[in-house]
Design a protein around this ligand. Structure first.
Ligand code: NAD
Length: 359
């Protein structure tokens, strides 16, 4: 049966890197993979056309697709819009609507790019970890939220507030996702919380321990988030799979991405309860380099590989894409963001072409 993919190029470098992903998809299709794709608007370009960063039409197409591939959204021209119309609202909305609660963010250091990291080679060489971040709950969605005029001990003034909240069901489902991810790897899972001060994360820890009874083959450890931030930079190789809530995961996964040297190399997958997913590079729309053929398309192309693996069950095709990226790096091709000594500097289109040649 033909598998349907929805492409959301978005803003900034989004369309440029998506074009390279489409070349890869075309190659796979030509070689016999039974896929087809459609395109829709999200983010700033959707605001420009419809006034809504996540139009109804896009939601309908998301629901109909087997997997969704998103490039990036946002740009400085949208920063002064009302909050509901900002491109980033489109991102939160698509995640919530698709109920993709489990965000898998690998941080892998390719041997050829060890020198591209700001950390010492011995700290990061061989690094291969995954952060599992809960994506549709926590303080980012909790109610009540707002900025209000209130009377405080200082008199009347503005007060900003948000709510950190998790129910058992939400914690349990991300726990299962994380334990299953750990089972496929080194069977080590570190759960990150702040149980010493936040009740919501005390419950997080309690439920993690309860669920661990169903996964006796996985070793579960716990770490407070402040220590986890420190350990990620000090000795990241002590981790294999980490699981944490939406806000802590947002911050820790960005820190982890920097261990690898370039934000332009890292894909991500966000999965729902049935394995349907939203796939996107972890970086943003990079308006500073948009339209200049400078963007690294590899995170986007590696997102295609994750999509083939996790939602479309096409392991062979996924390996083919992953291996082509490895081969391109081994041959020395580099976009500016991952330039190393002796590297062959190429642009977005040339990098896409190099991957295609390896496939
Ligand atoms: P960014 O990730 O877009 O860029 C950070 C830096 O990394 C920039 O110097 C950029 O040039 C560089 N960079 C990013 N991706 C690259 C790539 N593929 N190749 C080479 N260099 C790359 O983050 P930002 O500058 O903080 O945000 C820019 C816009 O993107 C904002 O509007 C922000 O809200 C939005 N944003 C979107 C997403 C998303 O779509 N998932 C994520 C983060 C930020």
């Amino acid at each position: 049966m033909t598998q349907n993919i929805l492409l959301l190029p978005g803003d900034g470098i989004g369309p440029e890197i998506m074009a390279q992903a489409v070349r890869v998809l075309n190659k796979l299709k030509t070689d016999g993979l039974d896929i087809q794709w459609d395109t829709a608007l999200i983010g700033g370009c959707a605001v420009d056309e419809t006034g809504n960063p996540f139009p109804e039409e896009t939601l309908k197409k998301c629901r109909a697709a087997d997997a969704v591939l998103l490039a990036a959204v946002g740009g400085p021209q949208y920063d002064s819009l009302p909050r509901e119309q900002r491109p980033e609202r489109g991102l939160l909305a698509i995640r919530k609507e698709m109920q993709v609660f489990s965000n898998l963010r690998p941080a892998v250091v390719y041997p050829e790019l060890v020198e591209a990291s700001t950390l010492k080679p011995e700290v990061i060489a061989g690094l291969d970890i995954i952060i599992v971040r809960e994506l549709v709950g926590d303080i980012y969605f909790g109610e009540p939220r707002g900025i209000e005029q209130r009377v405080t001990e200082n008199g009347e003034e503005r007060v900003g507030f948000n709510t950190m909240i998790y129910n058992e069901t939400e914690i349990r489902r991300i726990a299962h996702s994380a334990f299953k991810t750990a089972q496929k790897r080194n069977k080590k899972l570190c759960s990150v919380d702040k149980m010493n001060v936040l009740e919501a994360t005390q419950l997080w820890r309690d439920v993690m321990i309860e669920v661990s009874a169903e996964y006796p083959d996985v070793e579960l450890t716990h770490m407070l988030v402040d220590n986890a931030a420190m350990q990620l930079v000090r000795n990241p190789k002590q981790f294999d799979v980490m699981v944490t809530g939406n806000m802590f995961g947002d911050i820790l996964s960005d820190a982890a991405s920097m261990l690898t040297g370039s934000i332009g190399m890292l894909p991500s997958a966000s999965l729902d309860a049935n394995g349907k997913g939203l796939y996107e590079p972890i970086h943003g729309s990079a308006p500073d380099i948009a339209g200049k053929n400078l963007a690294n398309p590899l995170a986007m192309i590696l997102s295609v590989a994750m999509m083939l693996r996790h939602s479309l069950n096409q392991t062979e095709a996924a390996d083919r894409v992953d291996n082509a990226v490895k081969a391109v790096l081994a041959k020395g091709y580099r976009t500016g963001d991952i330039m190393t000594e002796g590297g062959i500097k190429v642009g977005t289109v040339e990098m896409g072409g190099a991957v295609l040649a390896e496939m």
